[in-house]
Design a protein around this ligand. Structure first.
Ligand code: MRU
Length: 331
């Protein structure tokens, strides 16, 4: 299938693949305003930490355009840019990329657009580098010709552009004929694994099986995987990792089974200003994502979108620049 761009800047507006519609419908959103962009981000039409970062950069260009049209003063423009940065709190990439654009504002709209488009290219290049480095690390860590990998959520081109992070590593293993198969968690409640990762893997011709989230620790205990590889939304300075809810249980299971738990993420996901996971804001999402359709009307829910995996359960963090093994630190 010929898939449209995940995210693009088109003559003054943003185009984004609507990830809420996948896999059954491939549809593109046209975003002309800050409100429309924020709605796309909060609904998860645009999602995944690196893509959120790129969308933040494009969002600044979009706000400048809208400000010119609607006659915003600089205070209003700043307020709108602040709103974009805060649209989702956990993935540090969003606020970071928005903030990186702020100094460019003084150079005028053309410079802002150029810088925003450059962010797209950077995300793509970085994800390829992480993929290759991660595959080398895993082949070394697991003494097998072909690896069986367990993954969570969606970390492919839909989340990152290019190859992806965790899914990029899987893709790089596959390209080298070093992959046996992938187990994909469904990733409740919004099913990024079932809807998006299975869709990407099928398109790539990579053998995979879907598992219920609650089955994952059991499967790992039964030796179904040689390694767990996931992405990250924010990595604290001590290498505690925030990622999609359900990640922590995989880390516990991997630890117990004695297999590597590897986090693949860009350097831009590491947040040196947050000392540990307890300082990472965890997004809480609407009750209805959990209660509908099964729970009795009026049931209240606890719907954290992410969890924190403590650094001592992380075998390695692989970025485009380096491999960090947090357990080797004296902490
Ligand atoms: O809520 P989402 O779909 O934006 O969550 C995405 C994840 O948790 C991914 O694992 C994470 O962003 C890493 S993507 C490389």
């Amino acid at each position: 299938m010929d898939t449209p761009d995940v995210l693009a800047w088109r003559d003054g507006h943003i185009e984004a693949l609507d990830q809420t519609a996948l896999p059954h419908e491939v549809r593109t959103l046209r975003l002309d305003t800050v409100d429309e962009l924020i709605a796309a981000i909060t609904s998860l039409a645009i999602r995944g930490a690196p893509v959120l970062g790129a969308a933040g950069a494009l969002g600044v260009a979009l706000a400048v355009r809208q400000g010119q049209r609607d006659g915003w003063d600089s205070r209003r423009l700043t307020a709108e840019i602040d709103r974009i940065a805060a649209a989702r709190p956990t993935a540090v990439n969003l606020a970071r990329e928005v903030n990186a654009m702020r100094p460019v504002l003084a150079d005028g709209p053309d410079a802002v657009e150029t810088a925003a488009r450059a962010a797209l290219g950077t995300a793509e290049r970085v994800s390829r580098q992480i993929s290759v480095r991660g595959a080398i690390y895993l082949k070394d860590a697991v003494n097998k010709k072909r690896l069986r990998v367990h993954t969570h959520c969606n970390t492919g081109s839909l989340a990152c552009l290019g190859w992806g992070t965790a899914l990029g590593v899987i893709r790089a293993l596959h390209a080298e004929d070093a992959l046996d198969y992938v187990i994909v968690d469904e990733t409740r409640p919004l099913l990024q694994g079932a809807r998006l990762t299975c869709w990407e893997l099928a398109q790539l011709g990579i053998d995979h099986q879907l598992a219920g989230d609650s089955a994952a620790p059991f499967l790992i205990s039964q030796g179904a995987a040689d390694a767990v590889v996931v992405g990250a939304d924010r990595i604290a300075a001590n290498y505690d990792v925030a990622n999609k809810i359900g990640t922590y249980s995989l880390a516990l299971a991997a630890h117990r089974a004695g297999i590597p738990f590897v986090v693949a993420a860009p350097e831009s996901t590491i947040d040196p200003d947050t000392p540990s996971g307890s300082g990472i804001p965890i997004e809480r999402r609407p009750d209805e994502e959990i209660t509908v359709p099964a729970a009795p009307t009026g049931t209240r829910a606890v719907n954290y979108a992410f969890d924190i995996t403590p650094a001592d359960l992380v075998t390695a963090v692989v970025t485009e620049e380096r491999v960090v093994e947090p357990q080797t630190f004296v902490r």
